[in-house]
Design a protein around this ligand. Structure first.
Ligand code: FES
Length: 145
């Protein structure tokens, strides 16, 4: 049976920096802000830890989209990890495009520990965006190519 867009609940894997976005997501929860339950959070010490294999593995395991989110520029607890992540991001996007993955399925954001509301709005926004894109079904096709 095929899933319609109305029934489709995207699975979004989110790699979150422990010190900012993870804490911001926690704040959204303790503030009882409502947002879609489509995020599967994976906590990293810093977004500087992100690497292309994490993204590819997430898609291989069934993610419909991947989000990487951490401290705002200048706020990284390891000084420059988020700058490294941002630089890698440019390369990731090219790699994903080359692999046939729609770059709209890979998202990057800055959310601080004090931005619970921003987190809840971001999750609602990206969930709607990914729902529009539909399920990601092409990973096996990409791997077999
Ligand atoms: Fe948050 Fe580096 S500690 S991005």
């Amino acid at each position: 049976m095929e899933t319609t867009t109305a029934e489709f609940e995207p699975k979004i894997i989110a790699f979150l920096c422990n010190w900012c976005t993870y804490a911001g997501a926690d704040l959204a929860g303790t503030s009882r802000l409502k947002y879609p339950a489509n995020i599967r959070a994976i906590r990293l010490t810093c977004t500087g830890r992100i690497e292309p294999m994490f993204l590819l593995k997430a898609f291989q395991e069934g993610a419909d989209a991947v989000l990487v989110s951490g401290c705002h520029p200048g706020d990284c607890h390891y000084t420059s990890g988020n700058y490294h992540a941002r630089r890698r991001w440019t390369v990731f996007r090219k790699l994903l495009e080359f692999s046939g993955i729609d770059p709209r399925r890979v998202l990057f954001s800055w959310v601080s520990a004090a931005e619970g509301r921003k987190w809840s709005e971001l999750v609602a926004e990206i969930t709607a965006q990914v729902r529009e894109l539909g399920p990601f079904t092409s990973f096996e096709r990409i791997v077999k190519a």
